[in-house]
Design a protein around this ligand. Structure first.
Ligand code: NAD
Length: 505
């Protein structure tokens, strides 16, 4: 990496070498708080993507041949390298993405390190299965094997944690990787790849290319050399990836958009529910896939909740992400701010009442800031309740009873995270079964990144990450039928080894 007056200048990482992009262009990254340039990365091309895939494919067999515990040791060393640079990395993350340094950027880097820690342990737990055969002296082994070359496409909202979420399970499983981070926040991914390089990762096992999703990402998805595509991003991009990957029927892990409902039952501790609802909505300036995007409050407590919630949102401190005490930083880009603004304007036009925020803060001359906003008098069918906003805007709605709350929550094409606050265990358990989302947080906020399976239902995705289920998504099962009797019988094994089948042969 070189540095200039215009921040750091990066290259591509292909086959263990830092190389310039095949074209001259660069993508510039600006700090969303100050609008100053933080760094530049090559505007990669399809040729660069192909070269990276070739390097990954060449390294595949040797990497897969290394025992999983040996692969895991490299993850453990990477964890230690990242840990030693934690504060510096959090600063870079905050500067390129805009999230407050304390506690959010530090927290994300810690979460990133935890991924390396968890999957380093996984190296000794890559378990297959042995099941009994129908016959004596035979066995059936189900081996967990690598899938091959993984194309990993990551978003801008958690540019460090999402990279770790894809690299760690891929590597421990014995896959090689071509990583393409979001062009909006590519810099922190470089630091994770450098840590892997320093930890002794063999050449070509991880490759890094930057560039537009529609070009570099598309080549990684379509090219026959990639075997598994894992993307965390918008539902729109996920659909395109799914379509492009279908030509070669590739394995897919799709972590897509969300529209989490946050339900406050009438018996909830309102102060706690308010604290949690504020965090769940405004954390990362509303740019988190599990952010609560619509809050449903029982009509008996709607007024009291709304009053406390609005007060708490007005007290949030918008400011410089590097300064102590800042609760909310800017949005990641001008586009994201305009999208948020347009969603609010449309809702207001439809009749929503602005209870807090509702515009750009006049005090900020630079940066892509938007006030934390609360909207009342909102209706279920409006776009603000149906479409992912991904900004600091909170529509509030009331409900009459349990069935209505569940109906509103499930009335969505998304199905990722959901929240419920209640003291009634019966309500909680019934809701846990009735809310058709991949995860429900009861009387708490998220995320819990590793032990649970993070999976989106409906248009929120396919497959998932975290836990053994997520890890297994980066492997494929090979079944071995093994006769060790020493007596070769050429049996007719249909129907499924029944006596009738055998004697009929
Ligand atoms: P995005 O869809 O614009 O991009 C994600 C990545 O995919 C980027 O690297 C991009 O360059 C690449 N890409 C885009 N189009 C592509 C294509 N046609 N072919 C190949 N690659 C392509 O997403 P974003 O704006 O960076 O991130 C925000 C979105 O991510 C939100 O919708 C959010 O809900 C979602 N998200 C989901 C999760 C989850 O776990 N489900 C987590 C974080 C973010």
């Amino acid at each position: 990496m070189a540095t200039s007056q215009k921040g750091r200048v990066e290259k591509l990482f292909i086959g263990g070498k830092w190389v310039p992009g095949s074209a001259d262009g660069y993508i510039e990254r600006r700090n969303p708080a100050t609008e100053a340039v933080v760094g530049r990365v090559p505007r990669g091309t399809r040729e660069d993507a192909k070269a990276a895939l070739e390097a990954a494919a060449e390294s595949q067999d040797a990497w897969a041949a290394l025992p999983a515990p040996a692969r895991a040791k490299i993850l453990a060393r990477t964890r230690d390298i990242l840990e030693a640079r934690k504060d510096e990395l959090a600063r870079l993350l905050s500067q390129e993405q805009g999230k407050p340094l304390h506690p959010e950027a530090i927290g994300e880097i810690e979460g990133t390190i935890e991924h390396f820690d968890y999957f380093a342990g996984y190296g000794r737990r890559m378990e297959g299965t042995v099941v009994p055969s129908d016959y004596p002296d035979r066995t059936v082994l189900m081996l967990r094997l690598p899938v091959g070359v993984v194309a990993a496409l990551t978003p801008w909202n958690f540019p460090a944690a999402m990279v770790a979420r894809k690299l760690c399970p891929s590597l421990v499983a014995g896959n090689t990787v071509v990583l393409k981070p979001s062009s909006a926040t590519p810099l922190i991914a470089y630091e994770i790849v450098r840590a892997l390089e320093k930890a002794g990762l063999p050449r070509g096992v991880v490759n890094l290319v930057t560039g537009p999703g529609e070009e570099v990402g598309d080549e990684l998805v379509r090219n026959p050399l990639s075997n598994l595509i894992t993307i965390t991003g918008s539902t729109e991009a996920g659909k395109k990836v799914m379509e492009a990957a279908s030509a070669h029927v590739k394995r897919l892990v799709l972590e897509l958009g969300g529209k989490a409902p946050f339900i406050v039952w009438k018996d909830a501790d309102l102060d706690q529910a308010v604290r949690a609802a504020v965090f769940a909505r405004f954390w990362n300036a509303g740019q988190t896939c599990i952010n609560s995007e619509r809050t449903y409050v029982h009509e008996d407590v709607y007024e009291a909740f709304t009053r406390k919630y609005t007060q708490a949102v007005k007290a949030l401190r918008l400011g410089d992400p590097l300064a102590e005490g800042t609760d909310i930083g800017p949005l990641v880009s001008p586009d994201q701010r305009e999208k948020t603004e347009a969603a609010v304007q449309e809702a207001v036009h439809q009749g929503a009442k602005v209870l807090a925020g509702g515009s750009r803060p006049p005090a900020f001359k630079k940066g892509y800031y938007y006030e934390p906003t609360v909207l009342g008098d909102v209706e279920q069918g409006w776009d603000i309740v149906q479409d992912e906003v991904f900004g600091p805007v909170s529509p509030l709605l009331s409900f009459r009873d349990f069935d209505e709350a569940i109906r509103y929550a499930n009335d969505s094409r998304y199905g990722l995270a959901s929240y419920l606050f209640t003291k009634d265990a019966g309500v909680a358990m019934r809701a846990a079964h009735a809310i058709k989302f991949g995860e429900t947080y009861i009387n708490q906020t998220g995320p819990e990144l590793l032990q649970g399976y993070h999976t989106g239902w409906r248009e929120s995705g396919l497959g998932g990450e975290g836990s053994r289920y997520g890890a297994e998504g980066y492997t494929q099962i090979k079944t071995v039928y093994w006769n060790y009797s020493g007596d070769l019988q050429v049996d007719y094994l249909f129907p499924y080894g029944s006596k009738a089948g055998r004697s009929g042969a």
